[in-house]
Design a protein. Structure first.
Length: 285
């Protein structure tokens, strides 16, 4: 394990989740290389974060399957009004270490709260992704992606499960080298939902210390901060726009940068084969 690593079993003596402790301190957030045409990655700004823990990998099929067995939880796709594809279609035996897909913010928030965790804020996600590198586009530095992660142009895709006609798809978590914090798959493989509501203009006036997201989302809907203290995630509006980070197996080099931001409604059923998530914890949790 890397320094500050912690292994925590899921409730009911379930499979473990490996966490890495990200130390307190500042980092530069946004398009630090000045290459993005997207206004939502600017202005670059310094953010101070208290120490926190971030899961070393995205949530796996094994971990999510344990949750559903222990709680009888049904994803929003499995509930009335939903429909295929379903997460378990891609979680057959032998794929325990692949990232769970076909889940949205509502599903991952339920899993995180049950596990005694939460979803990371955008700032926590980006600081973790940068791996301690001051100015670079990617978690490994500023070299071209090559075979550093699972993206459309990678030649090496160990254990790939093809999800489109080109043979691109998901790979087992941890198939590529970790970044400087000991985190895997911060670029590529699956997009990762964050706790925050999304607003393109948020960086212009976000707090300098421990930002937790805007109070109004991109389309003007009220966005109360989810505290993850008890069950307030259950009150979250499924129509609210939430932030998503990291890029996925079908993205090009632009989409897998540390600063890249996209968003979708919390209860979205769009693009199910590319979305997953990662757990976070406060250090006093």
């Amino acid at each position: 394990m890397v320094d500050g690593a912690l292994s925590i079993p899921l409730p009911g003596d379930g499979p473990p989740v490996e966490f890495v402790t990200i130390p307190e301190g500042p980092f530069l957030m946004g398009d630090v290389m000045g290459r993005s045409p997207e206004a939502d990655t600017r202005p670059v700004h310094e953010v101070w974060l208290d120490a926190y823990r971030l899961a070393a990998t995205p949530i796996t099929n094994e971990q999510f399957a344990w949750f559903t067995r222990e709680t009888a939880y049904m994803t929003t796709r499995e509930q009335p009004g939903g429909g295929p594809p379903y997460w378990h279609q891609y979680a057959e035996p032998g794929r325990e270490r692949y990232p769970v897909i076909c889940v949205n913010w509502i599903d991952l928030a339920a899993f995180a709260a049950w596990a005694g965790c939460r979803l990371p804020t955008e700032a926590e996600w980006e600081k973790g992704a940068r791996g301690g590198v001051e100015r670079a586009d990617y978690p490994w530095g500023d070299a071209e992606p090559g075979d550093h992660c699972n993206w459309r142009g990678a030649a090496a895709k160990p254990g790939v499960v093809a999800l489109n006609g080109q043979g691109w798809g998901m790979t087992p978590v941890g198939s590529y080298s970790p970044n400087g914090h000991g985190l895997y798959d911060m670029s590529g493989n699956v997009w990762e939902w964050c706790s925050d509501a999304y607003s393109a203009a948020y960086y212009a006036d976000s707090p300098a210390r421990n930002p937790a997201g805007p109070l109004v989302d991109e389309h003007g809907s009220p966005a109360p901060i989810v505290t993850w203290d008890g069950s307030d995630h259950l009150d979250a509006d499924p129509e609210l726009y939430r932030s998503i980070r990291g890029g996925c197996w079908e993205n090009n080099t632009f989409g897998i940068r540390c600063c890249e931001r996209i968003y979708a409604r919390a209860g979205s059923h769009r693009k199910p084969l590319v979305g997953g998530g990662r757990l976070a914890m406060s250090v006093d949790a």
